[in-house]
Design a protein around this ligand. Sequence first.
Ligand SMILES: Cc1cc2nc3c(=O)[nH]c(=O)nc-3n(C[C@H](O)[C@H](O)[C@H](O)COP(=O)(O)OP(=O)(O)OC[C@H]3O[C@@H](n4cnc5c(N)ncnc54)[C@H](O)[C@@H]3O)c2cc1C
Length: 438
Amino acid sequence: MADVTVIGGGLAGSEAAWQAAEMGCSVELWEMRPIKQTPAHHTDLFAELVCSNSLGNLSLTTASGLLKEELRRLGSVIVRCADANAVPAGGALGVAREGFPRAVTETVSAHPNIEVIREEATGIPDGPTVIATGPLTSDAMAEKIVALSGETLYFYDAASPIIFRESLDEDTVYLASRYGKGEAAYLNCPMDDEQYYAFIEALTTAELSPIKDFEEDMYFEGCLPVEVIARRGPETLRFGPMKPVGLPDPRTGEEPYAVVQLRQDDAEGRLFNLVGFQTRLKWGEQKRVFRMIPGLEKADFARMGVMHRNTYLRSNEVLEATMRVREGGPIFFAGQLTGVEGYVESTAMGLIAGTNAARIARGEEPVEMPRATMTGALANYITVKEGILQPINSNWGLVPAAPKKESGRRLSKPERRERQARMALDTLEGFLGLKIAG
Ligand SMILES: Cc1cc2nc3c(=O)[nH]c(=O)nc-3n(C[C@H](O)[C@H](O)[C@H](O)COP(=O)(O)OP(=O)(O)OC[C@H]3O[C@@H](n4cnc5c(N)ncnc54)[C@H](O)[C@@H]3O)c2cc1C
């Protein structure tokens, strides 16, 4: 038997397997695809991105940027492969949808300590194990998880459609990044007020796909379906995903009334996804409504938007901040199953779980990441939160605040964020010197 078993080759499982292998442990990595698919994955690749191809902002003045930088310094294979497969995305880390997971698959599979097993895991082994089967865990494994940890929680997550660039009307769309930041990376579809309100009317009255046992309002606030945002009020999208500020149309020099942004999805720039347009509309309705967007009249869809139930644990009752179950042997959880939300957050929990499963295998005590780091703060939050745990993204409220003033001068928000990031990275460097290496 391997020193460490990792179940699930998603973002978290790939990271967990890599970390354990890098610590010298033999690792079995179980992935059920392509033998058994999930409702949202399409390939047999590890770390496939089920919706957006963005791993969030790169700036250290954002919580997501800090989390990625921490993972970079911790030797994350996911962030390394993402950096190597970046596509233009303004200030964000957009990755090639095919190139990124392929790089993860090749890198992880080539590790001499990792053996890949393409099979559905239906039981939990006795030795050090990381369960990273994600929000769409197979039914057999979900039963085992419930037996181990009690009832799970859930919410709904949706994916946005992807369109072939060649089908866009290039006379209408224009290339620009908001406020001209970085290279011009997004294709923008401008709307005037008449087009906007006609679009909102169509969007809010279009037919939805039926979902078994669906309960309204069980969405994650950070990833609401576009039609749900539109139903909150006619102006809501104009202040959300369709915000036109900082995106003047170069032909008029004016900001349009509203804008739909498309982000490059593949390395070659043939595919673009509709940013923030995750949806539960019926497929026929998606085509009808989204073709009302100027420039998309003849849009050819490479993939339609879909919505899925998304399972996670009551981590605040069952996990330690090391990602180990409080009772139940050397079993660790990682990824979205732990109640974090997002690709990078899931990866971070994979890194903690893989490292600690390897420590147990080596006869060492598991370690908690310092709470002043974004990685440690996330792990701490999901395991100590009082009441019902809601899925959580990285955010500045989790790490210690920076002083509002410095040498008598009031600091701007970006300056305070920058101070918080620096404190977190200094703490991480100290921790790496003291703990992991020691
Ligand atoms: C529809 C949808 C849209 C989303 N959109 C976004 C988004 O735009 N941005 C974002 O940041 N996050 C998004 N998420 C959240 C996203 O799922 C997570 O951020 C991330 O993929 C979770 O990583 P993970 O490793 O925990 O799970 P996954 O990446 O899903 O990996 C789990 C893996 O386990 C495998 N598996 C499952 N059961 C078994 C078994 N019994 N045996 C072996 N293998 C098994 C699966 O095949 C899969 O490869 C979305 C989620 C869904 C469902």
